[in-house]
Write a protein that binds this ligand. Structure first.
Ligand code: UDX
Ligand code: UDX
Length: 470
């Protein structure tokens, strides 16, 4: 393998911690910096604050000599050649990205620089952020030849973050100087050369010794735009299929057949064409808003993105109407809920459409009993347990004596329920599936009234619910 690089990663969240663990896995020495003392203490003690496959194993393997945790950004900067900024970039009131954390971190790094450093933005940021970081560092008196600012956007998905990081579709490096570009290229060399994939303990995935990931060198502005444009495009794909699903419902076609047929066209591709209850998470909602805001600032009409957002809101509303069509009235009804995270495979509840729906149910007077394999602790911080909001120990406990069961996140275990047991457990055998996890024919055969997204409603189901009636 190539020369190890000393790296600091600032921000130990979903992006920063995964990046740090993976850089160590690639042979580099890494210092993770976070200003949350409790988080750093937990990490130092061997804990892992987020739910991600492979992450505990990787951190355990590397903790002894390759990964350290600290709150001291100054020392971390001085000991590192490359500093990745992976702090949050939340949405501000106007929709733009709030870059105050990035600003604060850049100033602190500047005050600690004593020899050449490359500062890399890993967080998703609007175009020109690179330029702003450069100005902040210069304003703090750092000479131009003592630093470079580069952009290395991250495309990992939560839940599969480690595999996405180590087996990326592409690695994008935006750099204006050859020196910075070369240093970043050398960090990714274990992946781009294919060497990493030949190691006995390497995390398995799509890339291999013979098909390593491609690396793309661009300007910093192009790298920033690649990230925003990619997230906005994927969100658009989801909103598109959600509207197609609504058309399918109106004409009695099956959106699963339509998306399969569309996805076989290699120009369209099959992924991110799953209809559902709308996208959520810490990225799509804020990045679509931020990208739209960037366009507005530049006087460019990108109303397409406004449509993407409003379709996404409407999708949650439509699902709620579907629940209403099955329950008629809400007050005092017992509703079982499977899934609170913004998608399966993660404990993250940020911008979760599932939580929006639960909050709406509670507002309407329902008694909710919810289960999620990983997100319940976080959900309790937003919706505490109460007589009307119960957290169940498993899917069947959530379904116990419920008037209907809602499936809101696409956890694999929700697609493999014992249907006979579920039928027996529910008060009424009504399942309203916001993720299309089940075959309609099977659900019908097993005696369920089954409503899903963008699929024709059977006669039995139509008789059982107030479908399309006001
Ligand atoms: C990331 C990216 O940073 C964001 O740009 C992207 O769009 C979404 O994913 P994420 O890793 O999910 O954010 O954020 P979060 O889990 O909130 O982690 C950020 C970490 O940075 C937290 O641990 C926080 O304590 C830390 N932080 C924040 C600092 O160390 N210093 C700060 O000044 C601010
Ligand atoms: C996303 C991007 O995929 C990733 O590249 C980027 O780095 C961060 O943002 P993430 O937010 O972890 O990743 O989740 P993702 O798997 O993209 O799902 C986002 C939302 O879209 C979820 O709510 C998910 O349920 C929904 N979704 C996704 C659909 O409704 N249909 C789909 O076909 C795909």
């Amino acid at each position: 393998m190539n020369q190890p690089v000393s790296i600091a990663v600032v921000g130990s969240g979903y992006v920063g911690l995964v990046a740090a663990a993976c850089f160590a896995e690639m042979g580099h020495s890494v210092i993770c910096v976070d200003n949350d003392e409790a988080k750093v203490k937990l990490l130092r003690g061997g804990g892992v604050p987020i739910h991600e496959d492979y992450l505990p194993e990787l951190l355990n393997r590397k903790r002894a000599n390759k990964v350290e945790f600290t709150t001291d950004l100054r020392v971390a900067t001085q000991r590192s050649q490359v500093i990745f900024i992976a702090v949050g970039t939340p949405q501000s009131k106007t929709g733009s990205a709030d870059l105050s954390y990035v600003d604060a971190v850049a100033s602190e790094i500047a005050r600690s620089i004593d020899d050449y450093k490359v500062i890399v933005e890993k967080s998703t940021v609007p175009v020109y952020t690179n330029e702003w970081i450069r100005r902040v560092v210069e304003r703090n008196g750092v000479p131009k030849d003592l630093f470079d600012v580069a952009s290395n956007p991250e495309f990992l998905r939560e839940g599969t973050a480690v595999v996405d990081f180590l087996h990326p579709d592409r690695i994008v490096i935006g750099a204006e100087s050859e020196r910075a570009g070369n240093l970043l290229k050398s960090i990714y060399e274990p992946l781009t050369s294919g060497d990493y994939y030949g190691l006995p303990q390497s995390v398995p995935g799509a890339c291999g010794e013979k098909n390593p990931p491609p690396i793309l060198l661009t300007s910093t502005k192009a790298a920033e735009l690649i990230k925003h444009a990619s997230n906005a495009f994927l969100a658009m794909k989801i909103s598109f299929i959600n509207v197609v699903a609504n058309v399918c419902e109106a004409v009695g076609a099956d959106v699963e057949e339509v998306s399969r047929g569309m996805g076989l066209d290699s120009r369209i591709g099959p992924r991110f064409l799953r209809a559902g209850i709308g996208y959520g998470g810490s990225c799509f909602p804020k990045d679509v808003a931020a990208f739209r805001h960037v366009a507005e600032q530049l006087n460019i009409d990108f109303n397409l993105l406004r449509e993407v957002e409003s379709i996404n809101e409407e999708q949650k509303h439509r699902f709620f109407q579907k629940v209403r069509s099955a329950l008629w009235t809400f007050r005092g009804k017992r509703v079982g809920v499977l899934g609170l995270s913004f998608k399966g495979g993660t404990d993250d509840i940020r911008e979760s459409p599932a939580l929006d729906i639960v909050e709406q149910l509670l507002k309407e007077g329902c008694i909710v009993s919810a289960f999620d394999p990983a997100a319940m602790e976080r959900a309790k911080e937003v919706i505490p347990s109460s007589p009307n909001m119960r957290y169940a120990s498993d899917p069947y406990a959530a379904a116990e004596e419920a008037d209907a069961l809602l499936i809101l996140s696409d956890w694999q275990e929700f697609a493999e329920l014992d249907l006979d047991r579920l039928h027996y457990t529910l008060r009424y055998p009504i399942v309203i599936d916001g993720r299309n996890l089940y075959d309609q024919g099977v659900m019908l055969e097993r005696g369920f009234t089954y409503l899903s997204v963008g699929r024709p409603v059977s006669h039995q189901t139509r008789d059982a619910v107030m479908h399309r009636l006001p």
